[in-house]
Write a protein that binds this ligand. Structure first.
Ligand SMILES: NC(=O)C1=CN([C@@H]2O[C@H](COP(=O)(O)OP(=O)(O)OC[C@H]3O[C@@H](n4cnc5c(N)ncnc54)[C@H](OP(=O)(O)O)[C@@H]3O)[C@@H](O)[C@H]2O)[C@@H](O)CC1
Ligand SMILES: Nc1ncnc2c1ncn2[C@@H]1O[C@H](COP(=O)(O)OP(=O)(O)O)[C@@H](O)[C@H]1O
Ligand SMILES: [K+]
Length: 519
């Protein structure tokens, strides 16, 4: 049996659950007759395979196991037994007198095999690497006292640590640290992705994250999450890229995007947004910039129709004299400067689908929200989000919840950028981008995303708000994958407009090849 596989493996990795949802799904499986002990054996067998591939006996013969009182500890004890039987030198730290029955029996049996099981941390700290099975989705109270001190010692040991299900101490739903948490090197999430693992605040604890798919029946998953789940982890399986193109198509059928961007101070923003738009495959791209930028931009991106707008003394766009009705979508805001209010007002009054980014969002924060005819996608980073929604930020720090509440409050699609970008639409669907790279943390990355997103929606022309959310999430996923690709090609220092644009095309090619393989 292979970890993280099974015929439906790819399908299961889209789901994201809370602790309560995971418990409800497992309850159905147990009620249907699956013995708890059998499931624990199966899961722990898969974990064992994965950790043995991660650290062979030659690479790390001594393993320290941290075992808790619940079934996370039970999993860990089965892993301890299996590693022992395969020749590893195993020591178990089990500092709990009171434990669940199954866990207790595994502890007894492990000890009977000669494995050192004790409430003493020292033998575990002497190991080459550690397995963290203190707590999983059952953790509800903060970790305090001696156990908190033990976790500090484990973290300070500098040893590689693999966590079972989630780093012990992280809240399953919010990803927040409950008192103290294990800082993992590798987290093996069991069955379905836990919500908290995918949020920015968990990243420093999670390390590399992988799903161990243990074949939870789709019927049980869907019975709890619904046939069309509200929350999705957006992956290569969900992203339908590149867009289908009829052989008989022409450029106007492939969407016409208007980008309104740039100023004398922020010239590059218009170029970067145009690069993102170009890589989206959009049929026609018009870029409206201050008149003095036109010759330069035309030289950079000759396939775009560059429109020279009247500009102020300071080199900012004064007016956009265009018939906005001609465009399938407008992406507005990159590099406009803080005095973009009249431009945002003009695009706001048209009924064209609108992607609002950067200074467009700052202008909106000044203008205040007013209803609008066409769909709007807001793409704030955290600072812009705080300016737009101070009332919401005062209520919670959970980024997914914030995006969801902002979407509900405004009726807009909200794409909240971050290390892990989240997207929400007003109807209640949301998406989490599961992988990205800190290589993207540099000025200009967001401009590429705004252009890419504008170009995608100009082509896809979604109608339902859920589809708008889906395409925004797809753009964020594509952008993050392009960042990962750029890091692979050019190192973490090499993520810029050009490498991102190349990365976008490489990812599109990989998607095409994957689709061809499937068919
Ligand atoms: N069901 C299955 O067979 C499968 C389950 N799976 C595995 O089970 C895990 C969930 O198991 P779980 O429900 O037993 O919860 P878990 O996270 O081990 O710990 C809860 C225990 O900790 C205790 N406790 C809580 N907070 C505490 C604190 N601050 N300080 C001290 N103690 C504290 C609490 O006891 P209490 O004191 O509240 O009575 C409770 O006993 C899951 O993550 C996965 O690894 C998978 O293998 C798939 C199959
Ligand atoms: N640590 C990180 N890990 C992954 N992606 C990141 C990280 N920091 C920023 N990003 C991504 O980089 C982009 C930055 O956008 P933004 O803040 O608008 O920058 P700019 O306005 O300078 O273009 C966003 O897509 C964001 O999700
Ligand atoms: K754990």
């Amino acid at each position: 049996m292979q970890p993280s596989n099974g015929p439906m493996g790819g399908m299961r990795d889209r789901y994201v659950v809370t602790a309560a949802q995971m418990q409800a799904i497992e309850s159905r499986v147990f009620a249907a007759g699956m013995p708890v002990a059998a499931l624990m054996e199966k899961v722990a067998g898969l974990i064992t395979q994965r950790v043995m591939a991660w650290r062979s006996i030659a690479q790390g013969p001594r393993v320290g196991i941290l075992a808790g009182p619940g079934h996370n500890g039970g999993d860990a004890l089965v892993v301890a037994r299996e590693l022992h039987l395969r020749g590893y030198q195993v020591a178990v730290y089990l500092p709990f007198e009171r434990r669940k029955e199954l866990t207790d029996r595994h502890a007894q049996y492990a000890a009977s095999l000669g494995i050192e099981v004790s409430p003493d941390l020292a033998p575990v700290l002497a190991a080459d690497w550690l397995v963290d099975g203190l707590f999983g989705f059952g953790l509800e109270r903060p970790i305090e006292g001696a156990l908190a001190e033990a976790i500090d010692q484990v973290n300070n040991s500098g040893k590689p640590i693999v966590s079972i299900d989630l780093p012990s101490g992280l809240h399953t739903d919010s990803g927040a640290v409950l008192g103290k948490a294990i800082r993992s090197t590798l987290t093996l999430c069991l069955g379905l992705w836990k919500r908290g693992l995918l949020l920015d605040r968990a990243l420093d604890w999670v390390g590399q994250a992988e799903l161990i798919d243990f074949d939870l029946p789709l019927a049980d998953i869907q019975a709890i999450l619904g046939p069309d789940p509200q929350l999705n982890r957006i992956t290569a399986h969900l992203a339908q890229l590149p867009l289908n193109r009829s052989p008989a198509t022409h450029k106007y059928e492939q969407g016409h995007l208007l980008v309104v961007a740039g100023s004398a101070v922020y010239m590059g923003a218009a170029f970067l947004a145009a690069l993102g738009a170009r890589s989206s495959g959009v049929g026609m791209l018009t870029v409206a910039v201050p008149a003095s930028l036109k010759p330069w931009l035309v030289a950079q991106i000759p396939e775009a129709l560059v429109v020279a707008c009247p500009e102020t003394d300071m080199g900012k766009i004064a007016r956009v004299d265009l018939d906005l009705a001609r465009y399938d979508a407008i992406a507005c805001g990159c590099g406009l400067t803080r005095e973009a209010t009249p431009i945002v007002q003009a695009v706001w009054e048209s009924d064209r689908p609108l992607v609002l980014d950067a200074d467009g969002l700052n202008a909106l924060a000044q203008l205040g929200w007013r209803d609008r005819q066409g769909p709007v996608v807001l793409t704030p980073h955290w600072g812009e989000f705080q300016r737009l929604f101070p009332n919401l930020v005062a209520q919670t720090s959970d980024r997914l919840e914030l995006a969801q509440r902002a979407a509900q409050q405004t009726g807009a699609i909200v794409l909240l950028k971050g290390a892990r970008t989240v997207v929400a639409e007003p109807g209640g669907q949301s998406w989490m981008v599961p992988e990205s790279t800190p290589g993207l943390a540099r000025g200009g990355s967001g401009d590429v995303l705004a252009g890419l997103l504008g170009g995608l929606v100009a082509q896809a022309r979604p109608t339902a708000l859920t589809d708008w959310g889906y395409w925004a999430a797809t753009a964020a996923w594509w952008h993050a994958q392009a960042g990962i690709q750029a890091v692979q090609d050019r190192s973490i220092l090499g993520v810029n407009g050009a490498s991102l644009a190349d990365g976008l095309l490489t990812v599109a090619r990989q998607q095409t090849q994957a689709l061809e393989k499937q068919s």
